[in-house]
Design a binder for this molecule. Structure first.
Ligand code: NCD
Length: 327
């Protein structure tokens, strides 16, 4: 079982924009904090007063089922008030800029902005424009830190740790913020990451990433302890990266047949939404090796931990600021 390090680190980040710049100990601190919050979900009254009187705004400029509802529930469980912002029902459709929108929401007294945006870097831009905490819920192809945190949280629970673990990430790596955040988290935690997919779906700078690359799933399947199947991001594709969907499934789909050749305890993951029959067969997605719904359940505890930690860092920053101006 992984050792708890909660007391060792003082979390100092009032924003969570990505995992690339976090240290191993900081990632472990989030996971340890999430473990504490998981217990709340087992109580009959599933609430803690950690963010009572605070306001969280969910600013989603892209569609979402899991991430959005998970952040809403996480904020509710911490007793915060939640504002749901949707692009189409807002003044963004009248031409208001992202920064103006964020500043106007901040003027109402919000404490934490959770933002998903199609442009990489949008959460960072917002974090520089307002005083509230900013949490990235997915920005373009860049990062999706809470998804990767819930993925590594799940791996740690199921596998007990990361040393010597081989994790395959399969499919549309080029357009996947989930893959990018997973690469940073897993490599820092000590796992070996193998990116698997056709050359057309690999990012252009793949040799600069701390990963191994395989253009064949069958060549590495038997080595893997964990496999994370990505959705093809059709909405982000320009042109045809492979001849046909059937051919993609044939070479890179996780099928019942492939599962017979894999390690018997291979852990099967998917960030959702699943395209059944394309990247993964239904029997595998719903089968005994799948932890897909556990990932979703863990997302709640991980997001509670993130909201709690960024808010604590903001309180600490205010305290230090007051002290400096007094002294
Ligand atoms: C992912 C996303 O939006 O990046 N989904 C998610 O947050 N669970 C992956 C995807 O859309 O394929």
């Amino acid at each position: 079982m992984a050792r708890r390090r909660t007391d060792k680190f003082r979390w100092r980040h009032k924003h969570l924009l990505g995992l690339r710049d976090l240290r191993r100990g900081e990632i472990e601190h989030i996971l340890d904090t999430a473990e504490g919050f998981e217990e709340i979900s087992t109580r009959s009254i599933k609430k803690a007063p950690v963010l009572r009187g605070k306001v969280v705004v969910n600013m989603f400029f892209e569609d979402s089922t899991r991430t959005r509802n998970s952040f809403t529930l996480a904020a509710n469980r911490l007793s915060a008030d939640v504002i749901e912002f949707t692009k189409t029902a807002s003044s963004v459709s009248k031409g208001e800029t992202l920064i103006d929108t964020a500043r106007n929401l901040e003027a109402m007294g919000i404490d934490i902005v959770v933002i998903r945006h199609g442009a990489g870097g949008a959460p960072k831009l917002v974090s520089r424009s307002i005083n509230a905490c900013v949490v990235n819920a997915g920005d373009g192809f860049n990062e999706h830190p809470t998804q990767a945190l819930l993925d590594v949280y799940t791996i740690r629970k199921v596998c007990g740790g990361f040393e010597g673990l081989k994790v395959g990430i399969v499919g549309d790596i080029a357009h996947s913020r989930v893959a990018r955040s997973n690469i940073w988290a897993l490599s820092k935690l000590g796992a070996q990451v193998i990116l698997i997919g056709p050359p057309t779906l690999m990012p252009s700078c793949v040799e600069q990433l701390p990963v191994r690359v395989s253009y064949s799933l069958d060549a590495v399947l038997e080595e893997l302890d964990v496999i994370n199947m990505l959705r093809i991001q059709f909405e982000r594709l320009g042109g045809n990266p492979f001849p046909s969907v059937r051919e993609y499934s044939h070479f890179f789909g996780l099928t019942v047949d492939r599962m017979k050749r894999a390690k018997p305890d291979l852990v099967v993951m998917h960030p959702g939404p699943i395209n059944r029959g394309l990247e993964i067969e239904s029997e595998v997605a719903d089968g005994p090796n799948s932890v897909i719904l556990q990932q979703v359940a863990h997302g709640l505890a991980v997001r509670m931990a993130v909201l709690f930690l960024v808010h604590q860092a903001a309180i600490e920053e205010q305290r230090e600021h007051r002290q400096k101006h007094r002294g």
